[in-house]
Design a protein around this ligand. Structure first.
Ligand code: SF4
Length: 377
């Protein structure tokens, strides 16, 4: 039995079918609104990417990026102000240590949690005119380089335009985020009602832990994540469908609760050994055998699926929580792997959300639709 810890896509029914109808129309409406309210900025950014020889992005993707920038500025610019030079130095050092000495990962993450916890008590105000740059610096201290890089392109674009002072850019982004906060709470708020309660109770235990930045995320970020997955699915859809081989990546928290998982480790992630018929991972693996796709539990590094520039070979479906799914799409996009996201209906893993942990679940009907394999398992 699951508990509603933060978000839950299953409301009165035992499935999340209603959620997928709601998010589809809300995501489209939200992005249309941004495109209509800032057409010149969106088209200007698309043109800027083209002129500077960067990979092109659709206006839908650009509008979502601008929204994400606004939300991150709204949620983190105060924290970015508090980032002192020594904390910045230490956290970057710890990020680098995890890359160069993977064996130090556990120690490095523990130390990062402490340093981040100490930084919480700092107080400061913006030392720079450009708060996007401050935000980018702050993101890099937790290794969120892919998001930082996307925002960096927007910063370069605004600087090159030369007709929008930094303070006007900030106001524009914050206005977008405020409007999205209001509209998303109205439509998606019913799925995230428990987040505030979690933040004021159980989340406090993570104050000094490495995952504090994840578990402390607000309802606004859950809503951004929900819209992000929907938008990125539409952006990568055709490329995903045209790939020769499909792989579904599932999180270990979906495996059966009462047995010790007997999955085999492989370079692509752990592969299910069918030890428990009630296990959701087992059921999805069986579906894969029938319909010709592979299923692995999250690999250490998604680069394992890099096709070395051979386009159209592998398409990935990532199943994960509403907070991490959308930026997984940016991560695989960087590797030139078209991805689709399906959300966990709720969270439950013992690493972040619940002391004992319980198995999570996803919407199999949605998974089949994403894989274009018809409605019967
Ligand atoms: S059925 Fe597969 S994924 Fe589930 S617990 Fe057994 S080996 Fe692990």
């Amino acid at each position: 039995m699951y508990r509603k810890i933060t978000y839950c896509l299953q409301l009165s029914t035992s499935n999340s079918d209603e959620y997928y109808q709601t998010i589809s129309s809300f995501a489209e409406r939200s992005i249309e609104l941004i495109k209509r309210s800032h057409p010149e900025i969106i088209s200007g950014f698309c043109e800027y990417l083209h002129q500077t020889g960067l990979p092109g992005r659709s206006d839908v993707e650009c509008a979502f990026e601008l929204l994400a920038l606004g939300v991150y500025l709204k949620e983190y610019r105060e924290k970015a102000h508090r980032l002192s030079p020594w904390v910045n130095f230490l956290l970057n050092l710890l990020v680098a240590s995890r890359i160069h000495w993977p064996k130090s990962e556990a120690l490095s993450k523990m130390l990062s949690g402490w340093v981040n916890g100490l930084a919480w008590f700092g107080h400061g105000k913006s030392g720079k005119d450009n708060e996007i740059l401050e935000l980018i610096t702050w993101l890099k201290t937790s290794g969120e380089n892919i998001i930082a890089e996307r925002f960096n392109k927007w910063n370069d674009y605004f600087v090159e335009r030369n007709d929008l002072p930094a303070k006007d850019v900030l106001i524009l982004c914050l206005d977008l985020a405020d409007e999205f906060d209001r509209s998303s709470r109205e439509v998606l708020g019913k799925y995230t009602e428990n987040v505030d309660q979690f933040l004021s109770t159980a989340a406090l235990e993570h104050r000094w832990m490495y995952d504090a930045r994840l578990v402390y995320k607000t309802r606004l970020e859950y809503h951004l994540g929900m819209v992000g997955t929907e938008i990125l699915n539409s952006v990568y859809r055709q490329r995903f469908l045209s790939t020769e081989r499909k792989v579904v990546i599932v999180p270990p928290c979906m495996s059966a609760p009462d047995v010790k998982c007997k999955a085999d480790e492989t370079p692509f992630g752990a592969k299910c050994n069918s030890c428990s018929p009630s296990c959701r991972v087992n059921q999805i693996t069986k579906m894969g055998k029938k319909h010709g796709f592979d299923v692995f539990m999250v690999p250490d590094d998604m680069k394992i699926f890099n096709t070395g520039g051979k386009k159209g070979t592998i398409g990935v479906v990532g199943i994960s929580c509403a907070l991490t799914n959308w930026n997984g799409g940016w991560e695989t996009g960087l590797l030139d792997i078209p991805a689709q996201g399906v959300l966990l209906d709720y969270v439950g893993c013992k690493y972040h959300w619940d002391r004992a942990g319980f198995p999570t679940d996803t919407n199999l009907k949605k998974l089949r639709a994403v894989l274009a394999i018809g409605s019967k398992s």
